[in-house]
Design a protein around this ligand. Structure first.
Ligand SMILES: [Zn+2]
Length: 468
């Protein structure tokens, strides 16, 4: 009898475990199937009945940038525009994981839970998507980047619309290089990465925007102070030099120190502010966080660390050149958001790239990401930073003839050492003050050298195309 009871329990246990497993599988199918369909290894969604049945993707003016013709996926008519938009749109390799065609493949192809991919086209809901990007401006930015790797992003800091998003290296999605060509070529290193969203770079002097914010909020008399710079200072037995074009040696105000990118002053400020306040300010401005997304697409985390740093290291982090465990890293879209927050009285509006009046955005519940908007800066701090970035822009205009679409602008350049013998990473971060063109931008040109000469012209090209 005992044995029978024991066996009954065993049978009951096995039955329950089996039933539980079935329930778990059913639950996973219901909740996860639309994600599974998007995986690159899911071959049939890639075949002619996959992307070739996907909806149309248009830019902000309704220009087709991806569509189907005779069962083939086609892209924009112009090759340079196709290259410029390859990372935003994606291609049949499905290797650019952050692209719209990767992220939203199930929605674009009309995948249905009950019928899979088999729903007749006539029964599929509207699968077309409109993006916020301007394809002409993306092309202009791509051409201005020329033979350099890098990134250019421009977004509307009032609404959050991403207008330009270009990453280089890239290729023509209609004539994609083979895997072998990509493997064998140094130029194609990192080609599947969208540098706007997924890369981080040493920020160099563009990080002085953050150090300046920390100084304004923690040093009450910062604007009354007079500093002294003779081009070099020794901190912790290690010299920090003013390498940027810097003719203002001698007595220098905080505003002049920012405009002329004085390393001597900003290195000392980082030490005076201290590691806790430096980190606190950087984190308020979005460093060390990966919470904000662009239309559901992840944005790489920017890094700032000063915990336990010695004086010399802390000084280097304050000018965007930290190293080792204290290496500053900034994502281009994050820097554009910071510039936008300065322009916007301290409020950072979250970027989005899928027009929210499109059916796709509705279906996915993608709105304007308003939940992600944050107050990065006190309004008074933002006003002071505007003055600093204006002073810098006036200096860039008079010294280098820098223009940004002939709009009044505020900006900060960066020329970041790479430490691997290659030429510096050039940065240009800022915004237009024109109320009708509220654009914040960040440009990175790898091995570009000076931010003023290599990166600023890319901003001008992109913004000029948006304004025209
Ligand atoms: Zn200096």
């Amino acid at each position: 009898m005992k044995r029978i009871m024991r066996r009954s329990y065993l049978v009951l246990f096995v039955a329950l475990a089996f039933f539980g497993g079935i329930c778990f599988l059913a639950f996973r199918v219901v909740t996860q199937s639309s994600t599974w369909i998007q995986h690159p290894y899911n071959g049939h969604a890639l075949a002619s009945d996959g992307l070739a049945s996907a909806g149309e993707i248009t830019d902000r003016s309704g220009t087709k940038i991806a569509y189907n013709e005779d069962g083939q996926r086609r892209y924009h008519d112009d090759e340079a525009t196709r290259r410029a938009l390859m990372h935003v749109v994606g291609d049949k390799s499905m290797q650019v994981t952050t692209s719209i065609q990767n992220m939203y493949r199930a929605e674009l192809t009309g995948y249905n839970f009950l019928l899979g991919m088999g729903l007749p086209s006539s029964l599929k809901s509207n699968r077309d998507v409109q993006l916020t990007v301007d394809s002409d401006a993306c092309k202009a930015a791509y051409e201005a980047l020329g033979d350099h790797k890098g990134a250019c992003v421009v977004y509307n800091y009032k609404t959050g619309e991403v207008l330009v998003s270009v990453s280089s290296p890239t290729y023509d999605p209609e004539n994609a290089p083979s895997y072998e060509e990509i493997e064998d070529s140094e130029w194609y290193d990192g080609v599947y990465l969208d540098n706007v969203l997924s890369s981080t770079y040493t920020p160099g002097s563009t990080f002085k925007i953050i150090t300046a914010a920390a100084a304004i909020e923690n040093i009450p008399d910062i604007f009354e102070r007079e500093f002294e710079c003779d081009g070099s200072i020794e901190i912790g037995g290690n010299p920090i030099n003013c390498t940027d074009a810097h003719s203002k040696y001698g007595k220098i105000s905080f505003e002049e120190a920012f405009a002329h990118s004085c390393n001597v002053v900003f290195a000392q400020l980082a030490i005076e502010i201290g590691p806790e306040k430096m980190k606190e300010t950087a984190e308020k401005m979005g460093f060390n966080s990966d919470k904000v997304r662009m239309s559901g697409i992840p944005i790489a985390k920017s890094y700032y660390n000063a915990d336990g740093a010695d004086e010399n290291t802390l000084a280097w982090t304050g000018i965007g050149q930290g190293f080792g465990d204290y290496e500053d890293r900034a994502n281009p879209l994050r820097m554009a958001m910071i510039a936008g927050a300065v322009a916007n009285g301290g409020r950072a509006v979250s970027p989005f790239i899928v027009e929210d009046d499109g059916s796709l955005a509705d279906k996915l519940g993608i709105d304007k990401n308003k939940d992600g908007d944050t107050d990065m800066l006190k309004p008074s701090t933002a006003t002071q930073l505007q003055k600093l970035m204006k002073a810098a822009a006036v200096y860039y205009d008079s010294s280098y003839g820098i223009k940004v679409g002939d709009l009044p602008f505020c900006a900060k350049t960066g020329t970041a050492e790479r430490g691997d013998g290659k030429a510096e990473t050039a940065w240009f971060v800022g915004y237009s003050e024109d109320a009708n063109h509220p654009y914040a931008f960040a440009i990175v040109v790898e091995e570009g050298g000076s931010g003023a000469t290599a990166a600023a012209p890319v901003a001008d090209a992109a913004v000029s195309a948006l304004v025209s």
